[in-house]
Design a protein around this ligand. Structure first.
Ligand SMILES: [Zn+2]
Ligand SMILES: [Zn+2]
Length: 130
């Protein structure tokens, strides 16, 4: 893997430390002191990090999250459980679902490039708080 640029490293660092999904604008706000001035700088860094598999985009909440296990999974299928109350996000994968979807794609001559599942709901912590 090529070394990250300074901006890419700063964005990845901010996402890793947050532990939660962040929007590009929240990232820009957090990184202003580090010299970020324009949304495009953040978007460029995010695009590369997503391409490298170090960051995932969560379409349903228009935010980005650091990959929970960047050195392990092949990113065949990535699933997220996103809490609507606290934004806590759990990343996991599931071989059975992946195989199921891959079979569907093969049967329908659909060339699969990526599968991202976003589950929305309420996490255990928030449920416990009522
Ligand atoms: Zn991941
Ligand atoms: Zn929660």
């Amino acid at each position: 893997m090529p070394p990250l640029t300074k901006n890419q490293a700063l964005v990845l660092d901010a996402l890793s430390h947050s532990g939660r999904p962040l929007s590009a604008y929240t990232l820009l706000d957090q990184l202003r002191d580090q010299g970020f001035r324009a949304p495009l700088q953040v978007y460029r860094a995010l695009a590369k990090l997503v391409e490298l598999g170090l960051v995932h985009k969560l379409e349903s909440i228009n935010s980005f999250v650091a990959c929970a296990h960047p050195h392990q999974h092949r990113h065949g299928l990535v699933a997220f459980a996103i809490c609507d109350r606290c934004a806590q996000t759990s990343e996991f994968s599931d071989d059975a679902i992946e195989e199921h979807l891959r079979n569907w794609a093969a049967a329908n001559h659909f060339q699969l490039t990526q599968t991202i599942i976003e589950m929305r709901g309420v996490c255990a912590n928030c449920l416990a708080e009522g």
